[in-house]
Design a protein around this ligand. Structure first.
Ligand SMILES: NC(=O)C1=CN([C@@H]2O[C@H](COP(=O)(O)OP(=O)(O)OC[C@H]3O[C@@H](n4cnc5c(N)ncnc54)[C@H](O)[C@@H]3O)[C@@H](O)[C@H]2O)[C@@H](O)CC1
Length: 152
């Protein structure tokens, strides 16, 4: 582990509506068992049985699913790691609500805090959210993660 749970304990996983979001919830489950303190934000739930199973694995007092009201304006106060599981290789165009605002939150944290104080580490799964799978960060508004987790 590069970012050990003893140092980087509080993790927020932000999940999108597709399989990238499912990867995020599976990652959350594993991280919980590795000793991290997990929270999951999954604002746009897709009605798919497989996705429901992954939610059932997770939903417990130990891994809260947050509502938008639970998210503080400045996520850097509450979390040491943000897991970006919003979009993977099927992302197209520019982000639609609520992800237009959500994608901006890790980016603005990185821009505002990095020079002055510690900010949460941003870890993207498969593809940084907002990037086109082949053409990259076309709009220049995608997430620039500290770490990308990609499994061949
Ligand atoms: N297919 C595979 O081989 C595997 C895929 N996996 C994961 O699944 C990801 C791909 O999953 P999906 O194909 O479900 O796609 P994504 O999870 O990348 O996203 C699809 C969802 O995003 C929405 N969306 C696309 N563009 C949007 C925009 N501009 N604004 C708002 N919503 C938008 C779509 O309507 C759809 O609901 C991969 O990147 C990877 O993380 C892994 O689970 C393992 C295997």
């Amino acid at each position: 582990m590069v970012y050990r749970s003893t140092e980087y304990n509080r993790v927020l996983t932000i999940c999108g509506p597709g399989n990238n979001g499912s990867d995020g919830r599976v990652a959350a489950r594993h991280l919980h068992h590795f000793g991290y303190k997990l929270s999951v934000y999954y604002p746009k739930r897709a009605p798919k049985p497989l996705y429901d199973v992954v939610i059932l694995w997770l939903e417990s007092p130990c891994v809260p699913f947050l509502s938008v009201e639970d998210l503080s304006m400045d996520l850097s106060n509450d979390f040491d790691i943000l897991v970006d599981a919003m979009f993977g290789f099927s992302f197209r165009g520019t982000p639609r609500p609520p992800f237009d605002v959500l994608i901006q939150r890790p980016i603005s944290i990185q821009n505002h805090h990095r020079m002055h104080q510690e900010s949460p580490i941003v870890v993207s799964i498969d593809i940084p959210s907002g990037w086109h799978v082949e053409e990259g960060d076309i709009n220049g508004e995608g997430i620039k993660p500290d770490m990308l987790v990609y499994i061949l």
